[in-house]
Design a protein around this ligand. Structure first.
Ligand SMILES: Nc1ncnc2c1ncn2[C@@H]1O[C@H](COP(=O)(O)OP(=O)(O)OP(=O)(O)O)[C@@H](O)[C@H]1O
Ligand SMILES: [Mg+2]
Length: 238
């Protein structure tokens, strides 16, 4: 499963949310790799902070071929991609290979206006990658403000899914980056950690449900048979 964080607007929280989601999924024993495709290399720098071995971060490779992507998808449960803040060839390539594109947006008109360009790019790629799921993620919401309350309504005008979990503006997100850890490691009992756990739950739950419905028909047959055998032996035992 490839989850990418994209938005042509800078500073909306792509890197912060990608890192925190990756860390949270690692704690759940999923095999995680974060691919840093942003030329600024923020996730790579974060990973370079001493003591942080939570999960692997692949610094920007020269090219990411479909073969590389296949290899990564087979070796890891989740490949998380941090995309650059621009509409460029890298972002296009990321969208072409992703299962889910998460667009972090903060509650500001500037962010809302900038969504259109990102959505147009996604629309252009959807014929190439028709399975691509697109989801807005509200980030940096300031609790108790009108703008914070209105953002969901404003985003619903775009007819794109909106993740139920909302991430608020919290100092733990900033502080944890400084120490090269996630909010879940930095302040496990904090509201920020709780938000990230909820975000992971939401994404993993959907993934697990998709896995169930996509069960291999042969495996499903065996499962039925196993159930029957168990049922029959249970009957004969009684
Ligand atoms: N929920 C939050 N609460 C507080 N600060 C946040 C939150 N999310 C992100 N930030 C801060 O906002 C700034 C921008 O975040 P980040 O670097 O993750 O955005 P980005 O979209 O990856 O930026 P770029 O487009 O430049 O790569 C950082 O200083 C980060 O610590
Ligand atoms: Mg970034």
């Amino acid at each position: 499963m490839i989850i990418s964080f994209v938005n042509q607007k800078g500073g909306v929280g792509k890197t912060t949310t990608a890192i925190n989601l990756a860390a949270s999924l690692t704690r759940r024993n999923y095999r995680i790799v974060l691919v840093d495709l942003d030329p600024q290399g923020s996730a790579t720098k974060w990973h370079g902070v001493e003591g942080n071995q939570a999960f692997e971060v692949l610094p920007q490779p020269a090219v990411l071929t479909p073969l590389d992507v296949d290899t990564l998808s087979n070796a890891y449960d989740y490949v998380i991609i941090d995309a650059p803040p621009s509409i460029c060839e890298i972002t296009r390539a990321v969208l072409a290979i992703s299962d889910i594109a998460v667009i972090p947006v903060s509650p500001s008109s500037l962010d809302l206006w900038a969504c259109t360009d990102t959505l147009n790019m996604i629309e252009a790629i959807q014929s190439e990658n028709p399975g691509l799921e697109v989801k807005f993620l509200i980030n940096r919401k300031i609790p108790g403000t009108r703008t914070g309350r209105e953002i969901r309504d404003a985003l619903s005008g775009f007819e794109t899914n909106i993740i139920e979990t909302e991430l608020c503006q919290r100092v733990a997100y900033v502080e944890s980056m400084k120490y090269g850890v996630s909010v879940v490691q930095f302040a496990p009992a904090s509201k920020a950690a709780e938000e990230i756990e909820r975000l992971s739950n939401e994404l993993v739950k959907e993934h697990d449900q998709a896995d169930e419905t996509e069960m291999d028909p042969i495996a499903a047959l065996y499962q039925d048979e196993t159930d029957n055998i168990l049922f029959r032996s249970f009957q004969s035992f009684n």
